[in-house]
Every structure is written in C-alpha cells, then in structure tokens.
Design a protein around this ligand. Sequence first.
Ligand code: HXC
Length: 516
Amino acid sequence: MSNEDKLQSLIDRRKKAELGGGQKRIDSQHQKGKLTARERLVKLFDENSFNEIDPFINHRSKDLGLDQNIIDGDSVITGYGKIEGKKVFAYSQDFTVLGGSLSLVAGQKIAKVMDLALKTGSPIVGINDSGGARIQEGIDSLAGYGEIFEKNTLASGVIPQISIISGPAAGGATYSPALTDFIFMVDGIGQMYITGPDVVKSVTGEEISHDELGGATTHASKSGVSHFVASDENDCFDQVKTLLSFLPSNNSEKPQNRNYDKNSYEIDEELNNIIPEESNKPYDVLEIIEKIVDENFFFQVQELFAQNIIVGLARISGKVVGIVANQANKLAGMLDIDASAKASRFVRFCDSFNIPIITLVDVPGFMPGTQQEYNGIIRHGAKLLYAYVEATVPKISIILRKAYGGAYIVMGSKHLRGDINYAWPSAEIAVMGPEGAVNIINRKDISNSENPEDKKNELVDNYRNQFANPYIAANRGYIDDVINPSETRQKIISSLEMLENKVDSLPPKKHGNIPL
Ligand code: HXC
C-alpha cells in the first residue's frame, strides 16, 4: 500500500467512525430533539480545539450478537480541548451506538480521560445520554462503571467535575453524575432515575411519566439532585461555560479572578433602606446580592431547590466569591434539612477550590416540627456547622437582620472560624427571638398580669430594645464592626484584599466524619 493509500485509508476509517451508529440513528437522534454526541462537543468547545482520543477502540465482546456489532470508537467520544481558552477534558456518550450503553471499553475510555484530567489538573465535563449498562456485556459493563465511579471519587475536590444530562441516565448510570460537583439537566430530554416508570408501577403501583419521575424540573426543585436546568442544549452549553469561567482548573489554583476597577468602591445608598423596619416583613435578599456583586451578575446554583437559602457564584471587584444567603421571603429564611444540605455542599465546594465565602445572614432559626425532626434536621443541620468550621478559605459574614440561636452560630459566625464578621444596624443577634424568649422567661409574669396581652407586648418591646441589636455581640468582639449598609461592597472588597494570602489548616487526619 502506498503512503497515499494509507492516508486515504485513515481518512475513510475516521469518516466511518464519525458516523457512529449510522445516518439512520443520527436522524432518529435529531427527531427526538437531541444533538449527536459530536455536535455537542463542537458546540461546547472553542472552534477546532477538540482533540479526540481513542476513536478506533473496539469492544471485544462476543455474546448475544455483539461480535456482529462493532463500531470504531464504541459508544462514547472522549478527548480534550479549550473552552473559552481554558483546557478542559470531556466525554460525550453516543446514543447512536447501542443506545450509548456503557461497555467495558467505553468505561475504560472515560477513565483514561479522567486520569489525564487529574494528572494535568484540568476540569472534566461528562455529557450523558445512555441506556445504561450494556446488557449483552453483563458484568464487564459493571466493571466499566466501577472504574468511572472510582475516578470520580478520587478526582473529587481536586479538579472540577461537571455533568450534563441530555438523554436518559438510568440505574447505576446516575451515580457518576451524582459523584460530580454540578449536574446540568436539559429540560425535556434529560432524565435520571434509579428505576424507570415501568418498574415503579410494578413495585409501588404508582403511575408516573419519565419526566415527572426524573426530568429536569423534578431534580432541580424536588430532589435537589441537579443544580441547573437548561431550556435546551445550547442554553446548557452556555451555562456550563459561565460556570467554568468562575472556576480554577484544579485545587491548587486560585479561581478565575478578573481585573475590575469600574465603580469598585461605589456606595449604594439604597442598601440603607432595603431591610423593612418591621422585623417580620419579608424582602428579597437577591436584590441585596445583586447590589453588592460586579455587574449585578449573580450565578445562582440550585435556584429551584430549598429556596429559603440562596447559594451561587459572583465576582466582587473582580475576585470570585461564593455567596450563601438566607432568603427572608421563603419560609422567613429558616434553616431546614434541604437548606442545610444545599448550603453545606456549596460551602465545601468553595473551600475545595479556593473560593472565598461571603455569608449574608437573616435567619430566625432552624425549622421546628416532626417532619424535620423525624427526617434528621439535627444531623443535616450539623453538616452546615461542619462545613463552615472545616473551610479554610477567607470567610466574611454580614448579619443583615435576624441571627438567632444555633442558626446564628451556623451561618459563618466568628465562633466557626469566621474571619471578618460584620453586622448592619438592623441586626438582631440573640439566643432567640423576643416573642419566644418572653414566652419562656416571663410566662408567670404574663399569666399573672391583669392584661396578659399588654404585658406581653411590653416585655417583648423591652427584650427587643435590650437584646435584639448588634451591639452586645460587637461589645464582645463576636462582630468586628457594625457597618453602614451602603458601604457593604467596599467593606467586602477591603476584607477580601486583606485576606488574600490567608493560611489556615486542619489537624492532621485521614479525613473527617461529616454527619452524612
Ligand atoms: C444494550 C441498549 C441498551 C442497553 C438501549 N440499547 N439500551 N443496548 N444495552 N442498556 C439499544 C437498543 O437495543 C436500541 O438498539 C438502541 O439502543 C436505542 O434504544 P431504543 O430503546 O430504541 O431507544 P429509546 O426508545 O429512545 O429508549 C431509550 C431507553 C431504552 C429508555 C434508554 O433503550 C431503555 O429502556 N434501555 C434500557 C435501559 C436499562 O434498563 N438499562 C440497564 C440499566 S441497569 P437498536 O439496535 O435497535 O438501535 C444498569 C446498571 C448499571 O445500568 C449499574 C452500574 C453500577
């Protein structure tokens, strides 16, 4: 064979491999409203930057007719390239090849790029669209999954791992995404469940659609499994790019800070009047966040889940920060099980990747009730305490209004290794709210009074005036300063600069035992 023929043979083989399961199945993929695995990579990566690895790999199975069904590259495309200039590894499951089902070699292909991502300290994005374990391969397919789970776990906290669900992800296939840092689900085409609607019906008798059981909205709002919902695949890739733009490539780098001097030290007078004078009146903490961050741009994570706490990424004077804020207009900003789990995972993510944490506090306490107690609010709430104490990144917290009891301690207080703790003049910092306190310590005074209602109001007013303010905590140094709300951004910028080279550590240990 001449050199020219050899070259032509390579071109032909590559062309054939690029067709995956063939034009008919590509058309079927499009008819389902889905892009192909290759189209997805083209959209995700900078133009012509993607380098494929293992395009000619073949499975070696013979059972159940598989020896007649061999396609170069098998059911996943893997490789690396640049996303907005940043080196990123990726895999994209090819549904046109045996439904994207995971063979042993497909698992090994994915594991190979995960290894390279880990060795080179680069983020990895997995695009999932698969019928799960390749049934004909049996246990070999499970071995492929096992290898991926192992790599996901070892890479956790070392490189950012992002999952996109743009097709089915059933059974064990859900667990690789679940081990990654963030899951994006594409509305209408992405579904995740341990067992599908048919099994659910036969076991529990419930009748439910694929989407209701495991669609994007379900996992974004009910289970909290996913972090982002995309309206379509293009929207999904845009959101992934935005997320990546904040993150460092690995845990030894700083996040992607930017130069920013425009209006850095701007005073915002509106912040002085944003908290209602009535202590129980709700307001939207997002308005405060947007006034504090650069370009008013806040990239919210898990927006639809546990909306009583808000978490997300932003920049302040160009520096990437993670923001955790109680949302006063949802359940009065109380901490419940879901809010605790959501915030603690986010705090740990930020700490893993050197992202300072800004906490905005307005929390009346932990949510009472049997539903919360029976489901373990104690151990879930403890996660948040644990996460804040363990975090060694710069931690700045600002008490906007209420900070009562255990919830005061948990929300990034000085007592949990907070670095800078500010309060607004509207802050109420005490062991419990005035009503609750008076009902306990003045019960007899109230019931013995001629007019119990008036007596109670008087006692509540006294308590509020005496204790529900920031100055007792400031007297003790638990609050570093009571600041003018309009200067909040300026104070955060100065604190971030001051804490730039902060070093803190944990006692030597194999790993802690976070209350899971
Ligand atoms: C082998 C599979 C496959 C699988 C689909 N295909 N799933 N081949 N192993 N797991 C093949 C089909 O035979 C078909 O081949 C092609 O992929 C497309 O599948 P369709 O069924 O035609 O597509 P669609 O109608 O869109 O339905 C998609 C689907 C369905 C919902 C994913 O295929 C399905 O239910 N698949 C099985 C899901 C499942 O139970 N997987 C095993 C889970 S157990 P042709 O040649 O006709 O194109 C598991 C354990 C993992 O994953 C544990 C890890 C720890």
